[in-house]
Design a protein around this ligand. Sequence first.
Ligand code: HMG
Ligand code: MG
Length: 304
Amino acid sequence: MSEALPSRVRVVEVGPRDGLQNEPQALGIAERIQLCEALVASGVRHLEVGSFVSPKWVPQMAGTAEVLAGLGRPAGVVRSVLVPNMKGFEAALAAGVEEIAVFAAASEGFSQRNINCSIAESLARFVPVVEGAQAAGIRVRGYVSCVLGCPYDGGIAPDQVASVTRELLELGCAEVSLGDTIGVGTPGRTRALWQRLGREVPLSQLAGHFHDTYGQALANVYASLLEGVAVFDSSVAGLGGCPYASGASGNVASEDLVYLLDGLGIASGLDLPQFIEAGHQVSAQLGRRNESRVGRARAARALD
Ligand code: HMG
Ligand code: MG
């Protein structure tokens, strides 16, 4: 168990994908590009722009190729997209992204509902995808969903999470992000999970992906920092959820994460005021409440 906090954290901004994929109102291509540009201007260097999945399953992500084309290639930015199969990979390759993300689950119930196949089938499907990406020099990220609980299967054994994580790394993923998809985890269980995973794989290849359904996401980030985890996914304005996890709320809000990191003296390279601006802008476009507590607090103070 490590108690020294990392001095630097890499934040993977997933708002344009994990956030927007679950908004009832699909944001237009121009607004999606504008959001990505605002995030890059806030210092984001690792940006999940969208996904190449079936538009029948997730209509909000249709047009990801156009978003990538409109955004161009901002210097120093890794643009990532979710890819479930070869069809998605071919679209990602044509779009010229720097990274793809394949996504598996620690629970059979979620795997079936999310990607319509078993965990083993999904891993087999990823083999040619990862090979193709490696041949093209594209970095591969992996996701494991439901690491602290599943909306269909309930509790998930940490051993199962460790096994899927190890398989994704063995397949060739450079990094695996562990998703508390329905936000049920608490800091004690989160720490225990990292300790279990750390016995099997290097923690330096793992990332934390916490949804905030039960208000535990930031506490779980802190618990993970104490274990030495130094990569976190977050969503501007706390956008989103998951279309296959009903009632799940968005990821930890990026603004709240940056406020926490700034407060701890941990470098992230992100600019809080610009991030807050981006969060207000996209919340207004979607006609929804800004789910970042920091964003709301700063807006209230501006009215004083
Ligand atoms: P399927 O129906 O089993 O696939 O779906 P299929 O191969 O039988 O194809 C059916 C149709 O989809 C065909 O079109 C294909 O061409 C098309 P049709 O002939 O009917 O017109 N299709 C595609 N179209 C575009 N891009 C593709 C693609 N593949 C097939 N790549 C499939 C299987 C995986 C495609 C489907 O289940 C799907 O797209 N699911 C979406 C999953 C998704 O995006 N979930 C949300 C992201 S995961 C998440 O949020 C969790 C995460 O945040 C971590 C966490 O919080 O835990 C990452
Ligand atoms: Mg997610």
